[in-house]
Design a protein around this ligand. Sequence first.
Ligand SMILES: [Zn+2]
Length: 312
Amino acid sequence: MKQTILLCGAAAAVGLTFAGCHSPVSREIRALGVQSEASERSCTLRRNGNFITIYPGSLRANFNGGWVHLVEPAQRTEGKSGVYSLSEANLKKVVAPLLNREVAPAKPVKMILIDPGHGGSETGATGAKHQEKTLNFALAQKIRDELVKRGFTVKMTRDTDKDVSLDARGNLSGTLKADLFISVHHNAAANRTGTGVETFAMTPDGCRSTGGGAVPKQATLSNRYDSANLNLAQEIQSRLVKATGGPDRGVKFARFRVLVKAHCPAVLVEAGFITTPKEELAIADPARQRKVAAAVADGVEAFNRRTAAMKK
Ligand SMILES: [Zn+2]
């Protein structure tokens, strides 16, 4: 059966307010099957066995125990403790798609395009011993092998150490009629202490990216998959955190060129920091790469179960 979404026209247009039992909007939300509980410090919404906790003034929200990012900081209504309002963008583009596990348009996953970041003259970030392009390729191969083992057809944007433009990588997902696109990268930080894993989804239409920047007036092709992008990123990120022990840097939004150009649901995985000496050793370890590959494949399978559920 198709799940109904929790949005309701009039309430959504003004930004819903979640509060204690006296608010009419709160009653409306409960009628739609969403439970809410709010305190001074946070507000939690529950539906379908999922929960999301928002914190006043914060972009970070906790979904089912892992970090995700809103597109605007959550607000607590001035002067009323325990009363929260959520903007229409946050509700439509983050909260509702996650609580309802929307993966529209729901299409079963058969063909997956894996994109080992950088290559050729583009080395990506560099650590003490390794170049990012090499570690990306090693991990991408393991992800490919794991997905093939599970019955998916998998192609790569590069099979060797060569230059491939960002547009060509994204466009290939259209040429090959891929059902999913997964770009594989490792992170860098100037201070050499960065740590943890994060997964990026394309920034939803009309919203700001997690790192800020301008909001384009027009939606891109990949914005057709806003809800699928977010849920794919969340399914992968939560498993990456478990497989690596984190830290959990969360699901984030960015308008990366490869994501903008993708013709199907797409994510970009940052599987650890090459610029942090201890973490560089870890991400170069084939045993960890296999664990990360299995986590990505588990995330893809979980996403695929969602598409099957949405189609019914
Ligand atoms: Zn990179």
